[in-house]
Design a binder for this molecule. Structure first.
Ligand code: AVI
Length: 366
C-alpha cells in the first residue's frame, strides 16, 4: 500500500482515506522512504513570505475582534520557544515536571501496548520529554521513525541535535509545519502514534478541540494510537501560581508576542506599558491570559498599513489554558472514534496521560 497523496487536494485525500479505512495499520505498513516523502511535503508548507503575511493578517483580524485577541500559536517564535522552555523548568509550573514523572514510569508500558510504530509528535518543541518515550521504543525496535512537528524551526534543530546525541538510532524527521498542515502525513507513516503532550490541547477553544480531534480521527487509520497529555482540575492557588510565576518568565513570554509584533510587523508598542494577567475562570475551568495596556497606544501593522488604537486599561487576550476531568474527556473522545485504552496519572492527580486507540471507521466527506 503506497498511498501517494496530493496533500492539498481534499478530493484525493478523501479517496485515500476511503482506501485506508478498510485496512488496519498492521496491513498498511510503513512508507518506504519517509525522509523523501517528508521532503516533498515540507516544500508544500507556507513560504516565509506567506507566513509573514498570515501573521500580519491574523494580528489585524484579532485586533478587530471584541474582545480583542491574538492567536496563541504566534507566541512560539525563537525567543518565545526559549521562554516556554524556561517556563517548563519553573518551580510553580508543575505540568512539565509531573508529565515527565508519569512518562518515566509508563513509557515502557505504552511501547509494549502499541508495539513498534512511527511516532508523530505535534508541537514537539525540543522533544525533551519525548526522549523517554523514544527510549522505550528503541528497546522494541532497532530504528524507530520519529516525526517532530513544530512551527519553530529553532526548537526542531535543538531537538534533532539532542536526540542525535542521546538516541542515535532514532530516525529523526523534523517537520516545520502547523498541526493541520502535518495531519495528512499520518496516512503515509504506517502504524502510527500521534503524541500530543504538555496539555497543549488545553490551549484550544471548545470548537478548536472538536475540529482538531475530528481531523486527527479522519487522518488516522484503525489501530493507530494517540498519546494525549492533559492538565486536570485542581485548586485555584496552584493553577494561578503556575501562570504568574515569581521570576516573571511567563510575563516575558506573553510580552514577547508584542515584541514580535514590533520586530516583524513594524509596530512600536511600549512593552513596559503592557501588563501580563493570568486568572482562573472557575466556571469555564480555564486559565485566561491577557495583557492590559497601562496607557493608550497605537499598534501599527506595516505590511497592511493598518492601525489599531488601544485605550488605557484595555485588554488583549493571548491564551486560554483549559483544565479537564478524566470522565468527561473519555466520553468526548469516544465520539470521535477514540477508545481510551489506558489512563496514567500521578499520585496527586495533577496531570494525566491518555493512551487512545482509533476504533471504528470514521468517514467524513466534506
Ligand atoms: C503550551 N501550553 C500547554 C502552555 C499552558 O500551560 O497552557 C502554555 C503556557 N502559557 C503560559 N505558560 C504556559
Amino acid at each position: 500500500m503506497g498511498a501517494t497523496l496530493a496533500i492539498n487536494n481534499n478530493k484525493d485525500r478523501i479517496q485515500v482515506n476511503l482506501k485506508l479505512s478498510s485496512l488496519t495499520t498492521e496491513e498498511v505498513g510503513p512508507a518506504n522512504d519517509l525522509a523523501t516523502i517528508l521532503q516533498g511535503y515540507t516544500s508544500s508548507t507556507l513560504s516565509a513570505g506567506d507566513a509573514h503575511l498570515a501573521f500580519a493578517t491574523d494580528v489585524d483580524r484579532g485586533l478587530h475582534c471584541r474582545p480583542r485577541r491574538l492567536d496563541c500559536k504566534y507566541l512560539y517564535d525563537q525567543r518565545g520557544s526559549e521562554l516556554f522552555e524556561a517556563i517548563c523548568d519553573l518551580p510553580e509550573y508543575y505540568l512539565t515536571r509531573t508529565e515527565t514523572q508519569i512518562l518515566t514510569k509508563v513509557a515502557e508500558e505504552i511501547a509494549a501496548e502499541t508495539g513498534p510504530l512511527t511516532l508523530v509528535e505535534l508541537g514537539a518543541g525540543t522533544s525533551r520529554k519525548t526522549q523517554l518515550l523514544l527510549d522505550a521504543y528503541c528497546a522494541i525496535e532497532s530504528q524507530p521513525d520519529y516525526i517532530a512537528v513544530d512551527v519553530s524551526r529553532s526548537a526542531l534543530d535543538k531537538g534533532r541535535r539532542m536526540i542525535g546525541e542521546t538516541l542515535p538510532t532514532v530516525r529523526f524527521h523534523p517537520l516545520c509545519a502547523s498541526y493541520q498542515q502535518a495531519m495528512p502525513i499520518f496516512s503515509e507513516t504506517g502504524k502510527t502514534i500521534v503524541v500530543f503532550l504538555g496539555s497543549t490541547i488545553g490551549n484550544f477553544s471548545e470548537q478548536e478541540f472538536n475540529v482538531f480531534f475530528h481531523q486527527v480521527a479522519d487522518n488516522l487509520t484503525m489501530g493507530d494510537y494517540v498519546l494525549l497529555g492533559v492538565d486536570l482540575h485542581k485548586n485555584v492557588e496552584t493553577l494561578e501560581a503556575a501562570y504568574n510565576d515569581s521570576a516573571g518568565v511567563t510575563q516575558c513570554f506573553t510580552r514577547n508576542l508584542f515584541s514580535r509584533i514590533n520586530r516583524e510587523l513594524g509596530a512600536s508598542i511600549d512593552l513596559n506599558q503592557v501588563e501580563h494577567l493570568a486568572c482562573y475562570n472557575e466556571a469555564a475551568h480555564q486559565i485566561e491570559i491577557c495583557v492590559r495596556f497601562l496607557e493608550s497606544q497605537e499598534i501599527f501593522i506595516e505590511p497592511l498599513n493598518a492601525r489599531h488604537r488601544i485605550e488605557a486599561g484595555e485588554r488583549i487576550n493571548t491564551e486560554i489554558s483549559r483544565k479537564f476531568t478524566l470522565d468527561g474527556l473519555a466520553s468526548r473522545l469516544a465520539a470521535f472514534g477514540f477508545k481510551t485504552r489506558k489512563v496514567f496519572s500521578d499520585p496527586d492527580n495533577l496531570f494525566a496521560l491518555l493512551l487512545l486507540k482509533r476504533q471504528e471507521t470514521h468517514l467524513h466527506l466534506e
